[in-house]
Design a protein around this ligand. Structure first.
Ligand SMILES: Nc1ncnc2c1ncn2[C@@H]1O[C@H](COP(=O)(O)OP(=O)(O)O)[C@@H](O)[C@H]1O
Ligand SMILES: [Mg+2]
Length: 247
C-alpha cells in the first residue's frame, strides 16, 4: 500500500465568478516526484497555494501530510517547504546570512543551523560565494539556494513552483540533481513546470487545462494514451483548445 501524503477532493478556488482551480481531485504518494503541468494561467500556482495552507479554498477539501487545509494550516506549514515562483531569498543578505535566517524561521537550533549551512555550502559548491550578497549571484544559483533553504528543516513534502524558470538546460539539469537527492532522502516533491524535459523526470504527471485536471499518469502511460512520441506532443494534445494561455 502506498502512503498518501496529499489528497484533494474537488478542490476549487474562485476569484469572483472566475474559476481559477476547478474541482481538482487527486492523490500524491509518499516519496513521489509529482509533476504539475499546464500552460500559463492554467491554475497551478492557485492550487499550490491552497495546498500549502496559504490560500483558503472556495470549496472542496484537501489533507496535506495528514492535516486538513481548513483546520490545520499551521501544522501543514511546519511539515512542508515551499519555493514560490518569485522565490523569497533576501537579495541584500549574503548566502550564509540567508541560510541562517531561514534555518531560524524553520525552527532549527543554532547547532543545527551551523551544521546545515556547512553541508549546504559544500553541496552547492558555494564556498567562494558564501559571503557574497545573494543579489549578485546568477539566477541558477539563486534557484538552487532557494530550493536548499526550502528543505533545510527536512519537511515531508516540498512544493516547487516553476523552480527553474528562465535558466539554461544545463543549470536545470543540475537543479534536478538536487531534487533527486532530496527525493532519495524521502522528501515528496510536488513541482510545477512547463518544461517538457523536466516532465520526463517525474514519476507521475498531472496536466492542468483551464483550471481543470485533464490527465494524471506516468510519462510512459501518458505517451501511450495519447499515442505521442514525446511529452511535448502529450502537452499540445491536451492543451489544444485551452482558453487560458497567457499570463
Ligand atoms: N488573486 C487573484 N485574483 C484574480 N485572479 C487571479 C488571482 N490569482 C490568479 N488569478 C487568475 O487565475 C488564473 C490562474 O492563475 P495561476 O494559478 O497563477 O496560473 P498558473 O500558475 O498555472 O500560471 C489566471 O487567469 C490568473 O489571472
Ligand atoms: Mg504559476
Amino acid at each position: 500500500m502506498k502512503n498518501v501524503v496529499i489528497k484533494t477532493d474537488k478542490l476549487t478556488k474562485k476569484f469572483g465568478d472566475f474559476i481559477a482551480t476547478d474541482a481538482i481531485t487527486f492523490e500524491v504518494y509518499e516519496g513521489e516526484i509529482f509533476g504539475f503541468l499546464g500552460a500559463n494561467g492554467a491554475g497551478k500556482t492557485t492550487a499550490m497555494r491552497m495546498l500549502c495552507g496559504l490560500s483558503i479554498p472556495t470549496s472542496g477539501g484537501a489533507t496535506i501530510a495528514g492535516f486538513d487545509i481548513y483546520k490545520e494550516a499551521e501544522k501543514i506549514k511546519a511539515n512542508i517547504g515551499y519555493m514560490s515562483q518569485k522565490f523569497s531569498l533576501y537579495e541584500d543578505l549574503t548566502v550564509i546570512e540567508n541560510i541562517r535566517f531561514f534555518g531560524g524561521v524553520y525552527g532549527l537550533s543554532d547547532k543545527e543551523i551551523k551544521e546545515k549551512s556547512d553541508d549546504l555550502i559544500d553541496l552547492l559548491g558555494l564556498k567562494e560565494e558564501s559571503k557574497k550578497l545573494v543579489g549578485s549571484l546568477p539566477l541558477g544559483w539563486k534557484q538552487k539556494l532557494a530550493f536548499s533553504v526550502a528543505i533545510i528543516h527536512d519537511p515531508k513534502i516540498v512544493f516547487l513552483d516553476e523552480p527553474t524558470g528562465g535558466v539554461d538546460p544545463v543549470t536545470r539539469r543540475q537543479f534536478w540533481d538536487l531534487i533527486y537527492e532530496a527525493s532519495n532522502r524521502g522528501i515528496t516533491i510536488f513541482v510545477t513546470t512547463h518544461y517538457m524535459d523536466e516532465a520526463e523526470y517525474c514519476n507521475r504527471i498531472s496536466m492542468m487545462v483551464d483550471g481543470e485536471m485533464k490527465a494524471l499518469d506516468t510519462p510512459t502511460n501518458l505517451k501511450k494514451t495519447y499515442n505521442a512520441a514525446s511529452m511535448d506532443e502529450v502537452f499540445f494534445e491536451l492543451a489544444r483548445g485551452a482558453k487560458r494561455q497567457a499570463d
